[in-house]
Design a protein around this ligand. Structure first.
Ligand code: AMP
Ligand code: MG
Length: 547
């Protein structure tokens, strides 16, 4: 196997093969000067990254390098940091920024676009797959509006680590190849309190089959540029949904657009179910941050549930309305899909099939959450009659005291069917006690003991009927309930060290998060509740959009 791989590897960056279908097949903005503007009649604008003073590699992900046939040793080559800071274009790269719009916090925001993202091109790897490389934070583009096109180290570390953590959790996501610092300072008002600070600039190279968002379609529909809408939709289907085309040379029919929208609804449902399973809160689910491929995209003020609080949002900008709170994510995704459906209407010219697709979202989301909940509880299957109640009661019980979601589910796997009949309330609660942030009162303790007792009866039944024993159950649970997630305070500790030039914590987190479901007893200290000092500390609980 390793021999096979090494024959596929290339050794030099200049051996990367670019096959830039997006640039080749779709209409470009005729204006090539880089100034901020409304761009019409085009799907993207050509723009070069802005060179930086002193690029230094902070971290690289070898698994992502391998996607484009590059060995891990590529990170130490000097041309790597030059290429992936935006200082040097490789042969075949055709840098460009895309035009998109979006609904932000429920309102149509008009043209947004890649304001600080520059696509470098599509690498065609030796398996024939296309991977788009995109720099985030490599300088202004025509879509930068009033902002600078840059990114700071803190948000770039968070994006780099979380993309990879999500991938290893089995959650669809854009990937991160590399993180470099630019040697330049970037001014940011992190708290929006009129006190901007200079922070180290950074660039992440993101990698995905495509970075197309719902908003890429919305903008053309909103402007009545239906021909552009059709071209982009057709291109997307021809590149990333080829299985929908029986006759590759024929025009894409309105039926195919409907099938495509169905698939988007289904992959989005699956994505959101994953987020809910692992306790991820995206924080800015605007339609411009929704991937047409059902990937997690644009890691900003995201966070992980620590205490199980369904109404929690990590985004300070959303603290009032809490539109993007954990529990609202499934509903928001559906709302976003409805906006996409509206945008695609001119290609379909019928409401009914689009509405039916939205209905499929609901069905798929329910299917996924039932399956996930069964696995999270270790049941061999979800019985709608008894397990819905069991789940509802659990989620209520988790809220009745402040209980860490991640730790709770791992501890729950320790329940054993041996000897449980004699357990007192105390003994029951002791199993999950390390997950409590605050000492539970009598009522909360009683509620948890009651739930655990009911749960154990359900386990007993599953054992008798399906032979699902302790060992099988634990395996099932530990494969879907991560032991290690990128808690905000862990990311912040890595950021604080990196700001002092020590990248070791980023490397260590990347290493641990590669195997989030494994026990890794040597890293038990990362399987810990958020410490009290982090409860209200900036970056450790809530975050602003400033990045
Ligand atoms: P976000 O809230 O990060 O998804 O960004 C919304 C829009 O603002 C997108 O069009 C981004 O490209 C743009 N944007 C965010 N930050 C910057 C920045 N520093 N410079 C230019 N554009 C930005
Ligand atoms: Mg965005």
């Amino acid at each position: 196997m390793s021999d096979f791989r090494s024959t596929l590897m290339i050794t030099q960056l200049n051996q990367l093969q670019f096959d830039n279908r997006f640039v080749r097949d779709l209409p470009a903005d005729p204006v090539v000067e880089n100034y901020r503007r409304q761009v019409s009649g085009a799907i993207y604008s050509r723009v070069n990254p802005t060179p930086v003073k002193n690029p230094l590699l902070v971290a690289g992900a070898k698994e992502v390098a391998a996607l484009i046939d590059l060995p891990e040793s590529i990170f130490t080559q000097t041309d790597f940091v030059q290429a992936f800071s935006g200082n040097q274009l490789l042969a075949g790269m055709q840098p460009h920024a895309c035009c998109y719009g979006g609904h932000q916090f429920g309102n149509w925001a008009g043209q947004l676009g890649d304001g600080r993202a520059i696509n470098l091109g599509e690498v065609r790897n030796q398996k024939g797959e296309h991977w788009t490389l995109q720099l985030k934070g490599a300088g202004p583009t025509p879509y930068s509006r009033t902002a600078d096109g840059l990114a700071v180290l803190r948000s770039s570390v968070r994006e780099f680590l979380c993309s990879e953590a999500m991938f290893h959790l089995g959650v669809p996501t854009t990937r991160a190849l590399s993180l470099v610092t630019t040697g330049e300072w970037v001014r940011r008002d992190m708290f929006y309190d009129g006190n901007p600070q200079l922070e180290p600039g950074a660039v992440v190279c993101r990698v995905a089959p495509s970075f197309t968002r719902f908003g890429n379609f919305e903008i053309f529909s909103a402007r009545g540029e239906i021909d552009l809408l059709r071209q982009l939709a057709e291109f997307t289907i021809r590149t990333d949904f080829t299985h929908l085309l029986s006759d590759k040379s024929a025009d894409v029919s309105s039926d195919t657009y409907v099938q495509w929208f169905n698939e988007i609804c289904i992959s989005t449902a699956q994505l959101i179910a994953h987020w809910m399973r692992v306790g991820f809160v995206h924080g800015v689910m605007n339609t411009d941050n929704m991937s047409i491929l059902g990937l997690t995209i644009d890691y900003g003020p995201y966070g992980w549930l620590e205490g199980y609080e369904p109404d929690w949002t990590p985004n300070t900008t959303d603290a009032q309305g809490r539109r993007y709170r954990y529990i609202n994510q499934p509903r928001v995704a559906l709302w976003n899909l409805a906006q996409l459906g509206n945008a695609l209407y001119p290609l379909v010219n019928a409401v009914e099939p689009l509405q039916q697709a939205l209905e499929k979202y609901r069905v798929e989301y329910e299917r996924c959450t039932q399956r996930d909940m069964a696995n999270k509880l270790g049941l061999s299957q979800f019985d709608p009659v008894q397990d819905q109640l069991l789940t509802d009661n659990l989620l209520q019980t988790l809220q009745s005291a402040e209980i860490d979601m991640t730790i709770f589910y791992r501890l729950l796997a320790l329940v054993s069917l041996d000897g449980i009949h004699q357990y007192t309330d105390q003994q029951w609660v002791d199993i999950v006690r390390p997950a409590y942030y605050l000492h539970p009162d009598k009522k909360a303790e009683q509620a948890m003991a009651n739930w655990l007792r009911t749960y154990s009866q359900r386990l007993q039944q599953d054992y008798v009927v399906n032979g699902n024993d302790d060992q099988q159950r634990r395996q099932r649970m530990n494969a879907v309930n991560p032991k290690y997630v990128l808690r905000n305070y862990l990311a912040q500790q890595a950021i604080d060290k990196a700001a002092e030039g020590d990248n070791s914590e980023i490397e260590k987190l990347l290493q641990i998060l590669r195997k989030p479901y494994d026990e890794q007893p040597e890293h038990e200290d990362y399987f810990a509740k958020r410490p009290e000092w982090a409860r209200h500390k900036a970056g450790c609980s809530m975050l602003s959009c400033s990045s």
